[in-house]
Structure formats: C-alpha cells, structure tokens
Design a protein. Sequence first.
Length: 251
Amino acid sequence: MTRTKNSSLTNALRILKTFSVDDIELTLDDIVEKIAISKSTACRLVQTLESEGFITQNTRYNTYALGSSILSLSNTLLEQFYSLKDMTGFLKNLTQVTGESSHIAVLQGNEVIYLKKEDNEHRVQLRSHIGRRNPAHCTASGLALLGFLSEAEIEMLYKDGFHQETAYSISSITQLNKRLEEGRKQGYFISDKEMVENVLSIGAPLFNKDGEVFASISVAGLRQRMRPQMKKIIDQVIKTSIEISDFIKQS
C-alpha cells in the first residue's frame, strides 16, 4: 500500500512538472506520453489534481492546464526568497550598465530555475524566462549554485550522467569539479556556448544572513556583444552579487 501511495504521489508530481511555458496546455495523451504511465492511471491522477485545484480542464479543446492552487503555492514560494521585488532595482541597474539581460535563479536538484529576469532591449532568445528550468551545469547561474555544494552532493546529483545541450556542455564529474573550483577562486562562473552556442553568461552566488548560498545572479547575452566587455560585465556581476547579499544580511 505504501509503495502504491508513493508511486501515485510521484506520478502526480511528475504530471505537474510536465507543464511549462512551452507546454501551457496538454491533452491526456500528451501527459501519458511524457510521463510514460497508463492512460487509466493518468486519468485518475489528473482527476485528483483537478479536484484539488492544481489542474484545470478546458472542456472545449479537451486539454488541461495548471490551476489556481499552483499560483497560490508559487506566491508563497516567492515570498520565501527575501521578497524578489526588492531585488528589481539591482537587476534593472545591472542590465542598464551591461546592456544585457540579468537573472536571479535557484537550484532544484540538478536544474536551475529562474525566479526573476530583467530583459535588455535586444530581446535575444536566451531560454531563461521566469519559471524556466535548465540543466545547472550548462548555465552560469547553475554553476554559481553548484559551486557551493559538497563533492558528495555533486556526485549524487550527477550519478546518472550529464545531459549535453551543446557540444561544449560539461560532460563529466572531473570536468565539472574543475570548473567549480575555478569559479570559487575567481568569485564568478562562466558558461560559454554550453546552453546555447551563440550565448555567453556570467554568474555569481548570493548569500543569506547565515553566509549560505540561497540563489545566484547572472548576466547573459550574445557572445559577440559580451566578449568585448567581459571585464566590465564580470566586475558588475560581482559588484551586484555583493550588494544584494549585503542587502539580504541587513534586512
């Protein structure tokens, strides 16, 4: 019985995670294909999630979308991150000075999730919209967060290997640990062509009152614009990470 309950809970959570900005609405068949469960199981779990407000059905098109209960939980989650709206000014200034998009992100498993973003005027497709999940080892945001985990934690996160977004993505524990050590020494982390081949990003950790890393800040843009002003951007990312961390410690 316990195993069945755990399996049902796991599958229900997996169903919720199939929805994204790219997949706002899904049919039952879509869910079955993505989760690899039977249609009867998917139907039962979707009905349960719908009854609790986590999923809503569009009867006209026979599709499903996330419900209002998710919004309630997400608002609660965002409040835990030291009031993100208080960080808007830091991001706006970072984007204004560098001319590139800036982000605040957190780590979940071996993925990075973007909580806040300030777009630049170029509107480059960076695959970093709010709520987006990316492989942590492929992004500067993620590397800045992975850099403060223990080696045992890193080993556990990547026990099943590495997903490569491009030919330049990190592909081994040895390579990852070397990059993380370099980043810790420098105080910043770089991802160059590792998430998108024409994009470069620079990230740094954000520290809470206890001196623990709780999030990261990053700047990302096209390589041809970023490369000529690397020193300036690195300096600004480090400066902003210190300012936000100090702000958090004093609040």
